[in-house]
Design a protein around this ligand. Sequence first.
Ligand code: FES
Length: 112
Amino acid sequence: MSNDLTAASLKRLEKVSMGNDLRIQQGVTRGQPFQIQVNGAPVTAYPGETIAAVLLASGWQMFRHSALSGEPRGPFCGMGLCFDCLVTVNGQPNVRACVTFAQPGDLVERQI
Ligand code: FES
């Protein structure tokens, strides 16, 4: 599969799921929701969610592009080891979204 096909496929997937809340709803109690900004768009987050969880639940799947190959990247390990989830948070680049809790008012930029 070519890099372009992979990127195009992911963009199509994002288009389908953007704006939907992909969180499990039934039987789950969450704290008071708050807003963060992702590439300038308001996104709802809940206490205890990592930035990666917030982005994925909101339909964002591409977090960055590989510096070497240009391929799209998103969370892979989910535990701080692979660095595929790097985003810019409040102006700080290369933050691992999977091990960083979302805070009210965070300004998140995908590194794409
Ligand atoms: S998903 Fe691997 S470091 Fe975040």
